[in-house]
Design a protein around this ligand. Sequence first.
Ligand SMILES: CC(C)(COP(=O)(O)OP(=O)(O)OC[C@H]1O[C@@H](n2cnc3c(N)ncnc32)[C@H](O)[C@@H]1OP(=O)(O)O)[C@@H](O)C(=O)NCCC(=O)NCCS
Length: 176
Amino acid sequence: MSMVVGEIEIRDAIEDDVGEILSIDDLVFSTTWSPSFLRQQLCSEKCSHRVIKKAGKIVGHSGLMQLHDEGHVTTMAVSPSSQGFGLGRLLLADLCSSAIALSLAAITLEVRVGNMIAQSLYQKFGFVPAGVRPNYYSDTSEDALIMWLNDLFDEKVQETIEETNKKFLQAEVKNG
Ligand SMILES: CC(C)(COP(=O)(O)OP(=O)(O)OC[C@H]1O[C@@H](n2cnc3c(N)ncnc32)[C@H](O)[C@@H]1OP(=O)(O)O)[C@@H](O)C(=O)NCCC(=O)NCCS
């Protein structure tokens, strides 16, 4: 399903998006997926990969992998020049909506212990810390914080999704 509001569009990623997605990753991650791994993710029935476009250009993307009734956030990124404008929040609201549509019960992810911006975004949707994987990131040996959104059907999650979409819709309408 795709969503279009003003000059913003969120839709499923397709093979033609691989180059644009990986060029965002080059700017925000120290280690990145190979094109073939990303293509595999796009083909997998267990994965939902979304892109967010602004004025026709991909400015962010997210990945969700389904494992039984749980979802795993495989990636989430917004291009540096587009960060801080609510697009990450919109991508996460979209990811949670996809997980709810798939009847998943909960979502988990790993995030660098020092990545306070991403942790703050996840906490807004009800993700809570649930442990640490020591030396998880091979580039710097940084630990990963494991976070869980334990109940996707908690009404607070739905409220956060609706509030995010509404806030964004209002901003886009105001911007013309
Ligand atoms: C994490 C990321 C996706 C957030 O995207 P974004 O579009 O900048 O996020 P938003 O503008 O929607 O902000 C969402 C929340 O993040 C937090 N945040 C964003 N920018 C922040 C900043 N400069 N300082 C502190 N918190 C910040 C806030 O909690 C914010 O919510 P608020 O606007 O209601 O206060 C983006 O920073 C990114 O791509 N980072 C690099 C890749 C990465 O770390 N991915 C996560 C891997 S687990």
